[in-house]
Design a protein around this ligand. Structure first.
Ligand code: SR1
Ligand code: MG
Length: 399
């Protein structure tokens, strides 16, 4: 018999007193529910001095932003906690510290990040964190290399793939990224003024074949333990510090999916800045986004190659030149998955603050149009964009 019950603030405080790992549990006195994501309850737990001390997160048995009509597995709390714990082992400086979880209650306790801010909210304001790009690249290289066949013993790797089987959360991604935006679907949501552009996606054979390939690789390429949803709303930043949260979509998939999701959300911001800021600030902000993208890609590739050189355990995979060749496949995937992120955030159901906060409707439509167009270009041209410099040149060319 399951013990699951949905927490209220008092339950969250009591839970934190028991499992929060603080020295003075009786000092924990109140909680505020701060969850603004699509799926879960998130409670900040405060002490009697009004300081927030730990966070208690609970999965609901349905998609929060839709309601009980869309049921969703509670096992995602275990998958999230275990993914974050695994990533923390390999990159503690950039992964939130989960200190306790309970699969039955679908609850976890984690470090309080009140000194940080959500990166997306900062990007929308035009704030710049000069180290963030390199830090994301470092997180991706460390977590993805150490959970890949380059590093893990083949028996361990297969056991890990089984431990992280995540069919229901993967199905959400499979539908929202690779199906909905390319067919007529009731979940899609885009401005009527863009109807002809969206209709043209549905009948673009080359695009649909490329998207089918991306979906197929998302099904089949168990390359590493992905975060699975590493957008700018899953990343906390502070001066010199960056922490990744929210890994309930974690599973073994293609490495380019994580890299593409991360840079995709910076490119979404790039497309939106002309609608969010005055022209001069927008132009400056766009240059910063491009250098963030460059930093992520360069740090990811150089660290991954360094780790491959030092730590690859498999004799065949250690052959000189193989890691470079593998990273060329990852790069092509990165461009494609980045393109699908741009399209699903504009045509599909999961819109983001970057677009929502553009007040001028005409401007918002033009920003959405440029995002869809860039997404389509990246998916179609993925085999012809050799490296990050060529990507930046393409983006500038697109205007
Ligand atoms: C129904 S869940 C919609 C989106 O929210 C999550 O954050 C993921 O990005 C997912 O695709
Ligand atoms: Mg999330």
């Amino acid at each position: 018999m399951s013990q699951y019950r949905t927490f209220n603030a008092a339950d969250a405080v009591e839970y934190a007193q028991q499992f929060g790992g603080v020295d003075d549990p009786s000092a924990l006195v109140s909680a505020e529910e701060i969850g603004d994501g699509n799926l879960n309850l998130v409670f900040k737990i405060f002490d009697n001095q009004g300081r927030s001390r730990v966070v208690v997160k609970q999965a609901l048995p349905y998609v929060r932003c839709v309601g009980e009509s869309w049921p969703l597995t509670l096992d995602r709390a275990r998958l999230e906690a275990q993914t974050l714990i695994e990533h923390y082992k390999h990159c503690p400086q950039h992964t939130v510290n989960v200190t306790h979880y309970d699969a039955e209650l679908a609850v976890m306790v984690m470090e309080d990040l009140s000194s940080h801010r959500i990166w997306r909210s900062e990007l929308v304001k035009g704030a710049y964190y000069p180290q963030a790009g390199r830090q994301v690249g470092e997180y991706l290289a460390q977590t993805l290399f150490h959970t890949s066949d380059f590093f893990l013993h083949p028996h361990k790797k297969k056991a890990e793939v089984a431990r992280f089987i995540n069919p229901e959360m993967c199905e959400i991604t499979e539908d929202l990224f690779f199906n909905d935006p390319f067919i007529e679907h009731e979940r899609n949501k885009y401005p009527a003024a863009l109807e002809s552009l969206v209709v043209s996606l549905r009948s673009d054979d080359a695009l649909k074949i490329a998207v089918a390939g991306l979906k197929h690789r998302f099904f089949a390429d168990a390359e590493a333990l992905l975060h699975g949803d590493v957008h700018s709303g899953s990343i906390f930043v502070a001066d010199g510090s960056l922490k990744v949260i929210d890994a309930e979509f974690g599973y073994f998939g293609p490495i380019g999916f994580d890299v593409g999701s991360a840079i995709g959300n910076l490119l979404i911001n790039y497309c939106c800045l002309p609608g969010l800021l005055a022209p001069r600030e927008a132009a400056e902000g766009r240059e910063r986004r491009l250098s963030d993208v460059q930093d992520i890609c360069n740090q990811f590739a150089s660290r991954f190659l360094e780790l491959a050189k030092e730590k690859t355990r498999d004799v065949a995979l250690a052959y000189p030149g193989y890691a470079e060749s593998f990273l060329r496949k990852v790069w092509r995937d990165t461009l494609g998955y980045c393109g699908t992120e741009l399209i699903r955030r504009t045509v599909g159901m999961s819109h983001v603050a970057d677009f929502k906060q553009i007040e001028d409707e005409t401007m918002r439509i033009e920003c959405i149009r440029s995002c869809i167009t860039l997404g389509r270009t990246l998916i179609l041209a993925a085999d012809h964009i050799a490296d990050v410099d060529a990507l930046i040149a393409r983006i500038r060319q697109a205007g």
